[in-house]
Design a protein around this ligand. Sequence first.
Ligand code: ADP
Ligand code: MG
Length: 244
Amino acid sequence: MSDQNLVELQGIHKAFGDNVVLAGVDLSVARGEVIVIAGPSGSGKSTMLRCVNGLETADRGEITFDGRPVKPGKGLSALRAEIGFVFQQFHLFPHMSVLDNIVLAPVKVKGIARDAARTRGQELLERVGIAEKAHQFPAELSGGQQQRVAIARALAMDPKLMLFDEPTSALDPEMIREVLDVMRDLAREGMTMLVVTHEMGFAREVCDRLVFIDGGLIVEEGPPAEFFANAQSERAREFVDKII
Ligand code: ADP
Ligand code: MG
């Protein structure tokens, strides 16, 4: 069914010991939708993203991705291969060139021929604006360039969904823009994206829906303009006032 939502979270609960992190999260993500997830530190944003691709398992509730349940066991690694994940710390393989970083998963996981993967990798590097860095090592690149490699590496698997967990939080201010620009282009090309970020300019300009999470619950959601103009809950208002 092409019109079904790409991702569905229903009644997601997750605790670490006594620490209840997600207390009943419901969220539907349409194909092509770009959602920014905002909220205070420790509110469960990363845990929620990690549940979506099965890096964490919810204690209760159900998640489906493209019509299939996200749960431990057979099928999870195939499903995860369809979901790109970009982290705050870029997690590139330091001993491999930029291009080899990008080629690795398509060759190993998807069985794509190395030459074809390299050609595609080079195209992706061009798309994120660093074609000339293909044969350098991650440590030779700036943070912004490394994060663009991480995005290209995720795209090399042709994901149906991209998860971003504070992708610019570790960057020097002058490098934030170049990464957000790549993300904005990706959004405009129709990628479905869940983005945890404090970059409210990006949220305002790019996302379809802003989801504010606090105390393990989605306390507010809506189009960004609406959220900024008249967030209803006190916690969201405080957040907006602090950030803008
Ligand atoms: P956010 O991304 O919104 O800052 P997180 O999802 O990272 O929040 O964390 C929410 C809470 O869960 C925090 O109190 C954090 O310490 C706790 N937590 C996250 N991951 C783990 C884990 N693997 N083990 C124990 N506690 C965790
Ligand atoms: Mg986090």
